[in-house]
Design a protein around this ligand. Structure first.
Ligand SMILES: *Cc1c(COP(=O)(O)O)cnc(C)c1O
Length: 413
């Protein structure tokens, strides 16, 4: 109140907007998105955008998907929450479906990526505790990783930017360079319990692991009796054209963390594990009040209906391959702005030339009607909903091209 009246006093006839009461943890674009349909969004001024960020890889089936909306409405009229003290039939069903076609035997549900990763790390430690080696509790992680923002997961990822100001990082993590098996094998010691890696690093700049690297991680885990944890929070749930990114390598983890696309926008996370990987997780060892509640499970099942529909993932693969070649052409023609295209499936990144800061490129694309998201290493991430069409991709390429031309002209001026 006082701020508004002060603004009035200093600027007659004008009032400044009241300062936001939302805690200042994000640099926000001054745009409010109001409505979405499929791969498109509209802001409160009515401006239309093509969505190539998908709420950071969350809106897997696009916006307002009729099947998912209906499932949410139907469940909303029956039961929202029951707690995990009772059997939740929709949760049983979701777990069965997620494990039926994957490496996993069991699933644990939570509400976000960070919770899934925390539970995955705990399961990796608890396996050894339960199996007679309580001294094994450390997890090997890799540089450039992102596993969430809890005290545990910022220590796991070891990114100085996210650790700053929070005191001594939680112990129990040993970081090695990404993709380097010699360094990883050297880091294995008598206290090592697990290895945790994103098959495609997202936040770290869209770095896809070589498939050989994923196979070598499996081999090292087997040789030393370690739990292999894949963080597929961003790269899983169909984003690479297979349900799980590790399927491309033909090897499986013991434990996997999922979130983002799994709920299509409803806050939902999951840990999938083999019986072995989950063997330390007994009643009372870990828990969550909301996790896997009927409302979330109804949405999860509906999203899964879409992803498992005949030919859907093949369609993702086909659209992604076509887009990949168009991005190569874009880089070839506009290398002064975009120096490299990287990624897998519909988890793609354009690395910008040093004179073009990714945030400025993202703002220019936004003005042109294309929403994207940044990542480390001066990368612009492209994370469209998985329902994106060839025509949508052509439109994105058109905006990327026009933006590159105008940024290039500005840089030369
Ligand atoms: C987003 C992300 C997380 C954290 O998920 P939240 O839902 O934000 O807690 C963890 N790991 C990876 C790979 C992610 O992309």
């Amino acid at each position: 109140m006082s701020t508004a009246s002060q603004a009035k006093a200093t600027e007659p006839g004008k009032t400044e907007p009241a300062p936001s009461a939302v805690m200042n943890t994000y640099g926000r674009f001054p745009i409010a998105l109001e409505r979405g349909a499929g791969a498109h969004l509209w802001d409160t001024d009515g401006k239309k955008y093509l969505d190539f960020y998908g709420g950071i890889a969350v809106n897997s089936v696009g916006h307002a998907h009729p099947h998912v909306v209906q499932a949410l409405k139907d469940q909303a009229e029956k039961l929202w929450h029951a707690s995990n003290l009772f059997v939740i039939p929709e949760q049983e069903r979701f777990a069965r479906r997620l494990t039926e076609d994957s490496f996993a035997d069991v699933a644990f549900f939570c509400n976000s990526g960070v919770e899934a990763m925390e539970a995955a790390i705990k399961a990796g430690r608890r396996y050894h505790y339960k199996n007679g080696a309580p001294e094994r509790w450390r997890t090997i992680t890799v540089a450039g990783a992102f596993h969430g923002r809890s005290l545990g997961t910022i220590a796991a990822a070891g990114n100085a930017k996210y650790l700053e100001g929070f005191g001594k990082p939680a112990d129990g993590f040993d970081s090695v360079p990404f993709g380097n098996m010699n360094a990883l094998r050297d880091a294995i010691g008598p206290e090592t319990a697990a290895i945790a890696v994103e098959p495609v690093q997202g936040e770290g700049g869209i770095n896809a692991a070589r498939l050989d690297y994923l196979r070598d991680l499996r081999a090292a885990a087997d040789e030393f009796g370690l739990m292999l944890i894949f963080d597929e929070i961003q790269c899983g749930m169909g984003r690479t054209g297979k349900m799980w990114a590790h399927e491309w390598a033909g090897v499986a983890p013991d434990i996997l963390a999922s979130a983002k696309g799994i709920g299509g926008g409803f806050p939902l996370g999951a840990v999938l594990a083999t019986h072995k990987g989950a063997s330390g997780m007994e009643p009372g060892v870990h828990g969550t009040t909301y996790g896997g509640n009927p409302l979330a499970m109804a949405v999860g099942n509906a999203v899964l209906d879409v992803l498992l529909a005949d030919g859907f993932l093949d369609g993702v693969d086909a659209v992604a391959r076509r887009l990949w070649f168009k991005l190569q052409d874009l880089v070839a023609a506009h290398g002064d702005v975009f120096v490299e295209a990287r990624g897998a499936g519909l988890m793609l990144g354009l690395k910008c030339a040093p004179e073009h800061v990714n945030l400025d490129v993202i703002k220019a694309l936004m003005a042109g009607g294309l929403l994207t998201v940044g990542a480390a290493d001066n990368v612009v991430r492209l994370l469209p909903p998985l329902i994106v069409t060839d025509a949508d991709c052509d439109e994105a390429i058109r905006i990327l091209t026009e933006t590159a031309v105008s940024l290039s002209a500005k840089a030369k001026a």
